[in-house]
Design a protein around this ligand. Structure first.
Ligand code: C5P
Length: 277
């Protein structure tokens, strides 16, 4: 899976020829530091979220025939009950608020973004559901409300409301849009069969202050990122799954300028200069 490195303007139209259809994108984390365990059980973190449209899900809502809401899943197999899916949860959140406006819908979700990979696919689906309903049913919810609702769905969801490069802190919901241009790079994503539970991965870490201020990332040449930034999840996850460390090394051997695990894993990504690869 490769992308042309463009982090902006990835958002696809909400309605396509009158259909309620969207194409949720993925994200990678450029650097990821877990800085503190919080009293509410979550962790404070610092990262840069970068949108990646190399791989996209397809999400469509169709008015239901009767009053029964259904979820139809296709593409990559999705574990668990449909009611645990963030599409369903996002729909319920808004339908509870606007019962007279939002009708019963049939949801069709085609999964292409690998799950349990640190690519934010589920979070992206949930955020896109909020955006789809807000626009299709003219709910006029302001961005601040959408961000708040997204955070109720999951820590990574608010980023997908923005969908552009952001420095993130707090649980991942304190977002500062960033100017980060990776147009000169091709982003290659390497999924693996290893499924990492986010909650379990957080439990393996020892929080510490961020060793680098990722707000300054655009000041550092990408060639130097491997000596400057990193992902706190990488060492513990690679200890459990040494094949990931080998794959990362292979990416560097192939000429990657920077390679890292995304989120809590297990997908790796690498940046290759377009002019020499
Ligand atoms: O917010 P989300 O549902 O994605 O989080 C899944 C789990 O990951 C949480 O229950 C928590 O254990 C852990 N987590 C955390 N700190 C964060 C985000 C997630 O500890 N900032």
């Amino acid at each position: 899976m490769t992308s042309d490195g463009r982090g902006t303007h990835l958002r696809s139209p909400v309605t396509f020829a009158g259909l309620m259809i969207r194409f949720p994108i993925a994200k990678i984390n450029l650097g990821l530091y877990i800085t503190e365990k919080r009293a509410d059980g979550y962790h404070n973190l610092e990262t840069v979220f970068m949108p990646v449209a190399t791989v996209q899900d397809v999400l469509e809502a169709v008015p239901a025939q009767g009053e029964t809401v259904r979820m139809h899943l296709g593409g990559l197999p999705v574990a668990g009950d449909s009611k645990d899916n963030l599409v369903w949860k996002a729909y319920e959140l808004l339908r509870d608020r606007f019962p007279d406006v939002i009708p019963a819908l049939d949801w069709h979700l085609h999964k292409a973004i690998p799950m349990g990979a640190g690519l934010g696919g589920g979070s992206s689906d949930g955020a896109e559901t909020l955006l789809l309903l807000n626009e299709a049913y003219q709910l006029h919810l302001p961005e601040a409300t959408l961000l708040e609702l997204a955070l109720q769905l999951g820590s990574d969801c608010p980023f997908f409301i923005y969908g552009k490069p952001c420095f993130a802190s707090g649980r991942g919901e304190r977002l500062e849009p960033m100017n980060l241009n990776l147009d000169a790079y091709r982003i290659e994503i390497v999924p693996s069969d290893i499924h990492v539970s986010t909650g379990k991965a957080f439990g393996m870490l020892h929080p510490r202050p961020a060793p680098f201020d990722l707000r300054q990332l655009s000041q550092v040449p990408v060639e130097d990122w491997r000596f400057t930034i990193g992902n706190d999840f990488e060492a513990p996850v690679c200890t459990m799954h040494p094949e990931l460390a080998r794959t990362k090394q292979q990416l560097y051997d192939r000429g990657a300028v920077y390679a890292q695990m995304s989120g809590s894993g297990s997908a790796l990504f690498a940046l290759f200069r377009k002019d020499i690869s």
